[in-house]
Design a protein around this ligand. Structure first.
Ligand SMILES: [Zn+2]
Ligand SMILES: [Zn+2]
Length: 342
């Protein structure tokens, strides 16, 4: 048996939609790995799953898709992984590998795709499973807690950076500065960008400046110079026209979130003309994940983390919603005697 969190009845996190239960340790399918969870990052998407912003795909699902753990079992068809190997489990869990999108290298758009902690039980538990083909090897110099937020916040931030078309030495604006943005900022800075952060939260503005951002202002303020690229991390549609107006001619705005409140009516001349582009970001490919993990290791991209006991997952989600920490919360599985890895 193991402990796991389940979304019992999706609703406002303040009302406690999750419950902590005991249930059997899952069995891996033939192509899957059983993972003994050591740490699991807390992502805003987990909040959307818990509150019902995303439709229920698996009733009573266990959230969590930034999982660091060790292989505790393998299905019959798995090779290349041994018991005790450290692995990462991320949001993209399975694709069909056969559709037109998969064939052209856009598996993030696969209509048959499945997601960890939404279609299948994730990492807010002592154990989880993952198809071996979708498990990541993790750089050895990252400890469990530091590695966890890289697996969604980091990878999605990286894909958003690609979608925003930032050119070398370009001027990048980041709207919102939570788990994903603060990793994206470090990578952009390491690649020579000028970074401007626009967020309502004063502590996040301080963190942005500490990490090397050139400016940090309120979410609805103008950046000090026009932007070549911008990424909207805050799930606030009202910021779309604000960010579009901040773009220079030919600039690109990428919306990073999976959920966004309604976008207001756009004013064509002020907000889209001069070949400004508005793009969405949908999940990521495995290649994005591998490329980002390698870049993160090379450039020393590090999450600012706030550890919570696995038994306090609901508190971590409440604190995320209330903006009570900067950087990223990480659940630590302290319910058993597994030694932490270095
Ligand atoms: Zn496909
Ligand atoms: Zn996520």
């Amino acid at each position: 048996m193991m402990h796991a969190w389940e979304v019992a009845r999706p609703g406002p996190i303040e009302q406690g939609p999750l419950r902590f239960v005991e249930k059997p340790v899952p069995s891996p399918g033939p192509d899957e790995i059983l993972v003994h969870v050591r740490a699991c990052g807390v992502c805003r998407t987990d909040l959307h799953v818990s509150e019902g912003d995303l439709p229920v795909r698996r009733p009573g699902v266990t959230p969590g898709h930034e999982v660091v753990g060790v292989v505790a079992g393998t299905g019959d068809a798995v090779d290349g992984f041994a018991l005790g190997d450290r692995v990462g489990v991320a949001w993209l869990r399975r694709t069909d590998g056969t559709c037109a999108y998969c064939a052209r290298g856009a598996e993030n758009l696969c209509p048959a795709s499945e997601y960890t902690g939404w279609d299948a039980d994730g990492g807010y538990a002592e154990y989880t499973t993952v198809p071996a083909a979708f498990a990541y090897r993790l750089p050895a110099d990252l400890d469990d807690v530091a590695a966890a937020p890289l697996l969604c916040a980091g990878i999605i931030g990286y894909r958003a950076l690609l979608r925003a078309g930032l050119t070398p030495g370009g001027r990048l604006g980041l709207y919102g500065f939570g788990g994903s943005a603060h990793l994206c900022a470090q990578l952009a800075l390491a690649q020579g960008a000028t970074v401007h952060v626009l967020t309502r939260d004063a502590a996040s503005r301080r963190l942005a400046l500490e990490l090397g951002a050139t400016s940090a202002r309120g979410a609805y303020d103008e950046p000090p110079e026009p932007l070549d690229s911008a990424i909207l991390f805050a799930p606030v549609g009202d910021l779309v026209p604000v960010a579009l107006r901040a773009l220079d001619r030919g600039g690109i705005l990428a919306v990073a979130g999976i959920h966004l409140s309604d976008v207001p009516v756009l004013h064509y001349e002020r907000e889209l003309f001069y070949e400004k582009e508005l793009r969405s970001v949908t999940s990521n490919t495995r290649r994005d994940g591998r490329d980002f993990l390698a870049l993160a290791a090379r450039h020393g991209v590090r999450a600012t983390t706030h550890p919570y006991s696995l038994s306090r997952a609901q508190d971590a989600l409440r604190d995320l919603k209330a903006g009570r920490f900067d950087g990223a919360a990480v659940l630590v599985n302290d319910l058993n005697d597994l030694p932490p890895s270095a």
